[in-house]
Design a protein. Structure first.
Length: 119
């Protein structure tokens, strides 16, 4: 599976941004689509995920501010990020995998897109 992410950039605190990720290739292996992020000096962490059936899960730090959605027909996942904080600054990675119980490394990763929240 190949993943192409877009969106991100420089955003002011309190602002918003939207990330998108389009999947191509062996899309039959995709059930779970999600986002992870890695801030400088930190390990990659889970942000949000959504199954093909629409079940969502969020990290506590983004719940209520971020919304994940997907278009199954277009094999695309979106991450709407509102009320952004400086601590949301990170490289955001799209991930797809077959089942929720599998680790994200069992699937495929996108190339990462940088979101910088700063005034």
């Amino acid at each position: 599976v190949q993943l192409q992410a877009s969106g991100g950039g420089l955003v002011q605190p309190g602002g918003f941004a939207k990330l998108s990720c389009a999947a191509s290739g062996s899309i039959n292996s995709i059930n779970v689509m999600g986002w992870y992020r890695q801030a400088p000096g930190n390990q990659r962490e889970f942000v949000a995920q959504i199954t093909s059936g629409g079940t969502t899960d969020y990290a506590g730090s983004v719940k209520g501010r971020f919304t994940i959605s997907r278009d199954n027909a277009k094999n695309t996942v979106h991450l709407q990020m509102n009320s952004l904080k400086p601590e949301d600054t990170a490289v955001y990675y799209c991930n797809v995998r077959k089942y929720t119980y599998l680790p994200p490394d069992s699937g495929s990763w996108g190339q990462g897109t940088l979101v910088t929240v700063s005034s």
